[in-house]
Design a protein around this ligand. Structure first.
Ligand SMILES: Nc1nc2c(ncn2[C@@H]2O[C@H](COP(=O)(O)OP(=O)(O)OP(=O)(O)O)[C@@H](O)[C@H]2O)c(=O)[nH]1
Ligand SMILES: [Mg+2]
Length: 256
């Protein structure tokens, strides 16, 4: 079984990409299990096979404990962690080729609290796994937005310790000129540096330069794969990259 964890900032397109990937994989005659790990989601754009909402009641937790939406998410994940073996068992019983895991919207809570990484490791067990980190086109269209999204991706990589691929989500909303710029930054970090220098000054410029040097040293950390869940484009390329990671086995890390 191959696990792919979809993570990204709120509204970056994780759930729609999960649905699109499932559709694409099934059309390619591969079997897929979809796991919803977002306790707060109301109406995901797919039918999940395994759902965290079967184990914890987000609305009830919010009411009972008098918590706001973020506090309730943290409490729900902590509670769900107590059922992680059962959740993994449920996934294993499906016996499919791929397991797509749609992670909670508030990525920062999921990734930075201990319960997030513990859920990831508990769910995948010893199976092959990677994370698909979504860089939202809405944010990536400016050089500073692109850089800060990549930086967040590195920190996710550190938390999960999984091989990671950066996906540029919703590229269909970009103007041709914006799309070309982002793809150039992706393949040639020097052009990103130039764009950053032209659009920032003072300390921000200094920071940006240092951050970019660090990303370049990590290797591959500035690259994104554009995938539109809306138009089902780019999934074949993403799948080829996923295959490469899975074929590389446990030790493969994008940032090595
Ligand atoms: N144009 C366009 N819109 C998209 C695409 N993918 C998702 N969206 C839209 O982006 C919005 C958020 O998509 P979701 O899939 O719910 O994003 P998410 O990351 O799961 O959101 P949270 O779980 O709430 O953090 C929705 O309005 C989607 O219709 C895409 O490829 N192209
Ligand atoms: Mg979602």
């Amino acid at each position: 079984m191959f696990f792919a964890f979809l993570v990204g900032t709120a509204g970056s397109g994780k759930s729609h990409l999960t649905a699109a990937l499932e559709k694409w994989l099934v059309a390619a005659d591969l079997s897929v299990t979809v796991v919803n790990l977002d306790p707060g989601v109301e109406d995901p754009p797919y039918t999940s096979d395994v759902d965290i909402r079967e184990y914890v009641d987000y609305g009830e937790i919010m009411k009972k404990l008098g918590l706001g939406p973020n506090g309730a998410l943290v409490a729900s994940l902590d509670l769900a962690l107590g059922h992680i073996e059962q959740i993994r068992e449920e996934v294993l019983e499906t016996g499919r080729d791929y397991v797509l895991v749609d992670c909670p919207g508030q990525m920062e809570l999921f990734a930075y609290r201990n319960s997030g990484p513990l859920m990831v490791s508990g769910l995948r067990g010893t199976d092959n796994a990677l994370s698909l980190y979504l860089v939202d086109s809405n944010i990536a269209r400016t050089p500073a937005g692109y850089l800060s999204s990549l930086l967040l991706g590195v920190s996710i990589n550190i938390r999960f310790g999984l091989a990671q691929l950066n996906v540029l989500s919703k590229p269909d909303i970009l103007m041709e000129r914006e799309r070309e710029s982002i793809l150039t930054w992706s393949s040639d970090p020097y052009t990103l540096q130039e764009a950053l220098e032209a659009s920032s000054e003072g300390l921000v410029r200094e920071y940006s330069r240092s951050i970019l040097i660090m990303l370049e040293e990590l290797g591959g950390a500035t690259e994104v794969i554009p995938v539109s869940a809306k138009h089902m484009t780019g999934i074949d390329t993403l799948y080829a990259f996923m295959q490469r990671v899975f074929a590389g086995g446990e030790d493969y890390l994008t940032y090595e």
